[in-house]
Design a protein around this ligand. Structure first.
Ligand code: NAI
Length: 306
């Protein structure tokens, strides 16, 4: 397969590194900064002879390089600085992704598009509208990352292996995300059986602020190791047509009472993109957070006027 990664910054380059190790075929990195994707591509090519992968990796500043990609991953744009919310990135990143998406439509009209750029749910909508692609072919990665953060905190609290924790986090990728303890299990045991309510509430709170915690520590830039791992999990489900059930920002048409917006929900991911949205029963408080979160997303889209 041919994969293109737009944006060769922290998230983009780390994603290419992880993807290369899976030997998917060919990977193209693009960026507006001259030399950046070329230099990183060369470095990653040379890592192949040490790590033992034969993935062909190139870098370019020209969108013609992404021609006929099967999968395009968008990571271009600006990231948060301390004190910023993901919404503060909206104006700048929606312009950038408008431009990126027009090029994807022109050069890779048959691709599946995974957007990563924040504010995630709004920018994913911009990408779908601007490419004009079918809604199931354009979606956003955030839930797998939020789920990974929640699972990591749970494993630390229980002093157990991270491999045994299967968590679920839905909602918008922001302060109104909704970690779902009732759908989170540790080796099949529901989380509420293992930890008291107050402890779960503390871990939920830390998950919701998980990205900001890292932004605060780094002082410059935001997280990229866990984000790139999460992107690759979703990308792999597309490349291998594995029908994995993953929380993903998907276009909703009546699901969870929402219409016409992108939002994090569990979906089945395969070669055609989103193959099915799974509807979970939530408690009243969780529905309320979802409603608030969807209003924030709708206000953002209205502000952009697209
Ligand atoms: P970064 O600043 O390291 O890299 C961004 C890259 O995009 C830079 O190399 C920049 O030159 C490039 N770029 C800017 N405008 C461009 C354009 N018009 N065309 C092509 N490339 C362009 O930022 P980082 O850390 O890689 O984050 C990228 C985005 O991903 C941010 O919006 C960030 O908020 C988001 N993010 C989303 C996550 C999620 O869970 N969905 C997790 C982590 C980051």
């Amino acid at each position: 397969a041919k994969i293109s990664v737009i944006g060769a910054g922290n998230v983009g380059a780390t994603t290419v590194q992880r993807l290369a190790e899976l030997e998917p075929g060919e990977i193209v990195m693009t960026d507006i900064v001259e030399g950046l994707p070329q230099g990183k591509a060369l470095d990653l090519m040379q890592a192949g002879s040490i790590n033992g992968y034969d993935t062909y990796i190139t870098g370019t500043n020209d969108y013609a390089g992404i021609a006929d990609s099967d999968l395009v991953i968008i990571t271009a744009g600006i990231a948060r600085k301390p004190g910023m919310t993901r919404e503060d990135l909206m104006k700048t990143n929606s312009k950038i992704i408008g431009d990126v998406s027009r090029n994807i439509a022109e050069y890779a009209p048959d691709s599946i598009v995974i957007n990563v750029t924040n504010p995630l749910d709004i920018i994913t909508y911009v990408a779908m509208k601007t490419t004009g692609f079918e809604t199931k072919k354009v979606f956003g990665m955030s839930g797998v990352l939020d789920t990974g953060r929640f699972a990591s905190f749970i494993a630390e609290e229980l002093k157990c292996s991270k491999k045994d924790v299967e968590a679920m986090v839905i909602g918008g990728h922001g302060d109104l995300m909704v970690p779902l303890p009732q759908y989170t299990t540790v080796s099949g045991i529901p989380l509420p059986e293992l930890l008291p309510e107050e402890t779960i509430a503390r871990l939920v709170e830390r998950t919701v602020n998980g990205g900001a915690e890292i932004v605060g520590l780094l002082k410059q830039g935001s997280a990229f190791y866990a984000p790139s791992a999460a992107i690759v999990r979703v990308a792999e489900a597309v490349l291998k047509d594995s029908k994995r059930i993953l929380p993903t920002s998907a276009y909703l048409e009546g699901h969870y009472g929402q219409e016409g917006i992108y939002f994090g929900v569990p979906v089945k991911v395969g070669a055609n993109g989103i193959e099915e949205v799974l509807e979970l029963k939530l408690d009243e408080n969780q529905y309320e957070i979802l409603r608030k979160s969807s209003e924030t997303i709708k206000r953002g889209i209205a502000k952009l006027g697209i």
